[in-house]
Design a protein. Structure first.
Lengths: 253, 253
C-alpha cells in the first residue's frame, strides 16, 4: 500500500523539477528491486508545490533566525500538501531546513524529512567518517549539517571564506541565473580544493543547485561527491511505499 | 502579475517530471527575453499532481470512449489543482486528451490547455504544411491530432499498422518500464520510415514518453522532430505570466 507524499519546491524551481525526476527514478528502482512491473499505476501519488519563497540565505544573513520571511509561504504550501493527503514531505532546498523544526511542529500529523539527518545516516551506513560540505552561507550559519553529522559520528570539514564566496557566486549568478558554465567553474574549483586539503573525503553537495551545476562535469572526475537531493528523494520513496522512518540507513520496507 | 498554473501528470510519472523541467526552462526563457533577472522569486507558482490513472490507451481500445475509468482520477486531480488556485492546467499526456472536452466542461473557471491544438497552431505559425504523427493507439483512435491539424490547415500522415505496434512496444516495454535502449530502437525506426515515405515532414512525437526515449539519439539526426511537451510547456508558461489564449502562435505577453 502506497502513501501520498509531497515535495516542497520552488527553491529554486529547477531543483524542484529535478527532485521529482530523482524521486520517480527512486520509485522505479524500488519496484524493480522487488520484481514488480514498472508501470504508471505502480507509482505512489505525489504532489509538487513550486511556490515563490523569499531568499533563504538572505533572510538568515540579515537577522539570524529572527528573519522569518521565508517561513510563511513554506508553512502555507506545507499546509496545502498536508490537505492533499501527504503523509511525508521532502523540502527540495537545503537552506530552507533552517526552519525545519517550526515546519514539523506546525504539522505533527505528517513527517517532514530532514535532509542533513538523512544524508548523515546514509554516509554513516556506508562507513564514511569524514565529510566536507559545500553549501550556502545560510546553511553554514545555522550549522545544519554539522549537528546532524556529529550526531551520526561524522567529522564535517567546511570550506574557507573565499571558497564559500565562490559557492554563493556559482549558486546565484550560475545555476539560479541559468549560467551553468560559471556554476561548474565555481563548484568544481571548491570541490577540488576540498579534496586536496582533506584527502579522499566525501564531498556533500549541500545545496540543491550544486548538483545541477556539476552534472556531467569532467572537472570533478574521481572525487567522491554525495548528492543530498538523491538521498532525500530515495528516503521519500521509502516513505511513499509505506516504509517507516529509516534514519539508520537500512531499508525497512 | 503571474497566475498560478497546474500540471496534471503521472501519465507516466517520468513524463510529468520532465514536463516541469520544460516548464521551468520556458519560464526562465520568458524572463530572459524580457531582460528580467532569472531568480527563484520571478517564477510563477505552479503545482504538479502525479496521480495514478488507469491506462488511457487500454481504456480507449477496450470500449471506445464509453470506457471512462481514467476520467474519474483525472477529474479529481483537476479539481484539486483548481482549488489550489490554478487558472490554467496542462495535461502531461497526449492520450489523456481524449477526455479533454469533459475535463474542460466540468471546470469552466480554468483553462485546460489542449496539446494537439497548441502544436497545430505552433506548426502552422512556423509555415509547416505536412506533419507525421507518432502516438499511442488511443491517440490515433480518437483522432486527437488529425482534427486539430485539419483545423489549422495541416496534412497529417499516420504510421502503418506494424509501425504503430512498434511505437506501443517502445512506449510500454521501453520508456514506461525503464528500458531506454529498446525505446530508442523502436521510435527511431518508425521516425526514419516516416521520413523516408513523406520527405522533409515535421514528425510530431505525440506521446510524452517518445521524447524521453529519443533524447540525445543519434539515430534520428537530421529529422525534423517536434516535441509537443515542449510546445505545451511553453504555452503554459505564457498563461502563467498572464498571457491570453494564444492559439494563433504569436506571443501575446
Amino acid at each position: 500500500m502506497t502513501q501520498v507524499v509531497g515535495i516542497l519546491g520552488g527553491m529554486g524551481p529547477a531543483a524542484g523539477a529535478d527532485f521529482v525526476r530523482l524521486f520517480v527514478d527512486a520509485c522505479a528502482e524500488h519496484l524493480r528491486a522487488r520484481g514488480q512491473p514498472v508501470r504508471d499505476q505502480g507509482f505512489p501519488e505525489h504532489w509538487l508545490a513550486q511556490v515563490p519563497v523569499p531568499d533563504r540565505s538572505g533572510a538568515l544573513e540579515s537577522a539570524a533566525l529572527g528573519a522569518h520571511q521565508p517561513l510563511e509561504p513554506m508553512l502555507q504550501a506545507l499546509g496545502r500538501l498536508a490537505a492533499l493527503g501527504s503523509r511525508a514531505v521532502a523540502i527540495a532546498c537545503n537552506t530552507a531546513h533552517a526552519w525545519h523544526a517550526t515546519l514539523q511542529e506546525r504539522f505533527p500529523q505528517i513527517e517532514v524529512l530532514h535532509v542533513a539527518r538523512e544524508v548523515s545516516a546514509h554516509l554513516a551506513a556506508e562507513g564514511v567518517r569524514d565529510a566536507a560540505l559545500m553549501a550556502t552561507e545560510g546553511t553554514y550559519r545555522v550549522g545544519l549539517y554539522e549537528q546532524a553529522m556529529a550526531d551520526a559520528g561524522l567529522s564535517c570539514h567546511l570550506p574557507l571564506a573565499d571558497e564559500r564566496r565562490l559557492l554563493m557566486h556559482g549558486i546565484y549568478e550560475g545555476v539560479k541565473a541559468g549560467d551553468m558554465r560559471l556554476a561548474e567553474a565555481c563548484f568544481s574549483q571548491v570541490a577540488r580544493q576540498l579534496a586536496d586539503r582533506h584527502g579522499a573525503v566525501a564531498i556533500v553537495m549541500g545545496c540543491t543547485e550544486i548538483p545541477l551545476g556539476l552534472k556531467d562535469s569532467a572537472a570533478v572526475a574521481g572525487l567522491r561527491l554525495v548528492d543530498p537531493t538523491q538521498v532525500l528523494a530515495s528516503a521519500l520513496a521509502v516513505r511513499a511505499y509505506g516504509g517507516a522512518r529509516n534514519l539508520a540507513g537500512s531499508s525497512s520496507v
